[in-house]
Design a protein around this ligand. Structure first.
Ligand code: GDP
Ligand code: IMO
Ligand code: MG
Length: 421
C-alpha cells in the first residue's frame, strides 16, 4: 500500500523532516511531482541538509528512493545533491531510482522562467526561477525530453531541436543572456545521470506494492499551490494534492491508504499571491524570527501569519486527509496570545469556504483567540507533559478539521516529535 505525505498550506510545512522521521518504516519513498523548486530540510548527525529532488528517505540505508514520472528533473541540481548525500556516505547508486518517464528541465526552461517572470512585472508569481512552469508546459505541450531519452543516441539532436524552439520564444521576450555555461553543466550532469538506475517507474513501484512492500509518496510544495485547487495563478505548475500520486507514479487510487497532511502550527507563504492570515506587523516579524522563516531554496524571507483553518479544511477535503502532523509548534512557545482563522469575511459576509478567485477579493480573516502556553516545549517527548493550553489549541483544530493531529513536531531534529493519543 501507499501512504501519502504532503503539505496542506503554501509549502515548507516541514515535510522533509517528517518523511525522514517516517522513512525507517517504509521500503520505498517516492517523489511524485514538483522539482528543484522544493527545498526539504532534514538533519543528519546535527548537520542541516536541504534536498530538492532526491526523496527524503535517502539517509536510511534500507529505504529505496524513487523520483517518479510526475517530477520535472534538473540534472544539474541532481548531480549537486548526489555529491552532497555521497559526502555523508550514502550510496545513491544503490538507493536512488529514476523513472524513465520523468521530464527534464533544460537550461532554456530556466531562462524562459526568468524571462516570463520579468515580463509580468508587478504581477509576477514569485517563482523559484528553477524552470518549473516552462518544463511542465513542454510536458503538456508534448514537446518535452524525458529521462529515458538521455539513453538515446540522438539525445543531443533532440535537445538542439527543442532549444531552437525555446530560443524563438526567448528572443520574442527580449531575453538575451548567455546561457552557454548552463548548457555545459547540463551536458556534464546528463552524462553523470546515464549511469543511474533508470527504471520503468510504474512497474517498479507496482511490483513493490504487490509484493507487500510499504511505500510513502512524498509531496512537494503545498495544497494551496496546486495548479487546479491553489490560489491560481499564484501557484506552481503541478498537482500537489493526493490525486497527483496516481498520475505522478502510476499508482491506482485504491492502492492509497493513509493521506498524512502536514501543517505548521501557524502559516507561511513564499512568493506572491493571496494569504488571508498574513501578519505584516511585529507579530509576523516575530514568527519569522523564531521560526527561521527564510526559503530553503531561494533564501527569500517567508511571509508569516496565523493558522488558517478555512484553507486547511479545504485542503483536507481535496486530499482526503486521514491524519495530521503539526510542525513547528515550538515556534509559538513565547506568544501570550494565539489566533486561528475560522471564517473569511468577504464583502461583509462570513464564509467558511475558500472562494474561487482569492487574489481578486478582499478577504478579512475572522479569528478565535487562544491563550499561549509560555513554555519551552522543544525538549518534551511525552504528550502528557505538554501544557494544557497547547492541548486545547490542538483539540480545537482536531475538532474544526474533523481529523486528528497524530504527531506534533517540536523542533527541527529527527527525535523532536510527539505522538498524540
Ligand atoms: P518542507 O519544504 O516542507 O520540507 O519544509 P522546509 O524544509 O522548507 O522548511 C521547514 C523548516 O522548518 C526547516 O528549516 C526545518 O528544519 C524546520 N522545522 C521542521 N520541523 C520543525 C519544528 O517542529 N520546529 C522547528 N522549530 N523547526 C522545524
Ligand atoms: P517545498 O516542497 C514553498 C512557490 C514559489 C512561487 C510559486 C511558483 O519546499 O514546500 P515555481 O518555482 O514552482 O514556479 O513557483 O510556488 N513554491 C514554493 N513555496 N515551498 C515550496 O516547495 C515551493 N515550491 C514553489 O515561491 O510562489
Ligand atoms: Mg521547503
Amino acid at each position: 500500500m501507499v501512504d501519502v505525505l504532503l503539505g496542506l498550506q503554501w509549502g515548507d510545512e516541514g515535510k522533509g523532516k517528517i518523511v525522514d522521521f517516517f522513512a525507517p518504516q517504509y521500503d520505498l519513498i517516492a517523489r511524485f511531482q514538483g522539482g528543484p523548486n522544493a527545498g526539504h530540510t532534514l538533519y543528519v548527525k546535527d548537520k542541516k541538509i536541504v534536498l530538492h529532488q532526491i526523496p527524503s528517505g535517502i539517509f536510511h540505508e534500507k529505504t529505496l528512493n524513487l523520483i517518479g514520472n510526475g517530477v520535472v528533473l534538473d540534472p544539474v541540481t541532481l548531480k549537486r545533491e548526489c555529491e552532497t548525500v555521497a559526502s555523508f556516505g550514502v550510496d545513491f547508486r544503490k538507493n536512488l531510482y529514476i523513472s524513465e518517464r520523468t521530464n527534464l528541465i533544460l537550461p532554456t526552461h530556466r531562462a524562459l522562467d526568468k524571462a516570463s517572470e520579468a515580463s509580468k512585472g508587478n504581477e509576477k508569481i514569485g517563482s523559484t526561477l528553477k524552470g518549473i512552469g516552462p518544463a511542465y508546459m513542454d510536458k503538456t505541450g508534448r514537446n518535452a525530453l524525458r529521462v529515458g531519452d538521455i539513453l538515446d543516441k540522438n539525445f543531443t539532436t533532440q535537445y538542439i531541436k527543442l532549444r531552437l524552439k525555446h530560443q524563438k520564444l526567448l528572443d520574442s521576450m527580449n531575453f538575451h543572456e548567455d546561457i552557454s555555461n548552463w548548457e555545459e553543466e547540463f551536458f556534464e550532469a546528463v552524462e553523470f545521470m546515464r549511469s543511474f538506475n533508470i527504471v520503468n517507474g510504474e512497474y517498479f513501484i507496482n511490483e513493490k506494492i504487490s509484493s507487500g512492500k510499504s511505500v510513502m509518496a512524498e509531496g512537494a510544495q503545498g495544497s494551496m499551490l496546486d495548479v487546479d485547487f491553489g490560489t491560481f495563478p499564484f501557484v506552481t505548475s503541478s498537482n500537489t494534492i493526493s490525486a497527483g500520486v496516481c498520475t505522478g507514479l502510476g499508482v491506482a487510487p485504491q492502492k492509497i491508504r493513509e493521506v498524512i497532511g502536514v501543517t505548521k502550527a501557524y502559516c507561511t507563504r513564499v512568493g506572491s499571491g493571496p494569504f488571508p492570515t498574513e501578519l505584516e506587523d511585529a507579530t509576523g516579524e516575530e514568527l519569522r524570527k523564531l521560526g527561521s522563516e527564510f526559503g530553503a531554496t531561494t533564501g527569500r524571507p517567508r511571509r508569516c501569519g496565523w493558522i488558517d483553518l478555512v484553507a486547511l479544511k479545504f485542503a483536507g477535503m481535496v486530499n482526503g486527509v486521514t491524519q495530521l502532523v503539526m510542525t513547528k509548534a515550538d515556534v509559538l512557545d513565547s506568544f501570550t496570545e494565539l489566533k486561528v482563522c475560522e471564517t473569511y469575511k468577504i464583502n461583509g459576509k462570513e464564509t467558511s469556504e475558500v472562494p474561487y478567485q482569492m487574489s481578486k477579493l478582499n478577504i478579512e480573516p475572522v479569528y478565535k483567540s487562544f491563550k499561549g502556553w509560555n513554555l519551552d516545549i522543544s525538549g518534551i517527548s511525552a504528550y502528557e507533559e505538554l501544557p494544557d493550553s497547547m492541548k486545547k489549541y490542538v483539540a480545537y483544530i482536531n475538532n474544526y478539521l474533523n481529523t486528528k493531529v497524530k504527531y506534533i513536531s517540536t523542533g527541527p531534529g529527527r527525535e523532536q516529535i510527539i505522538l498524540a493519543p
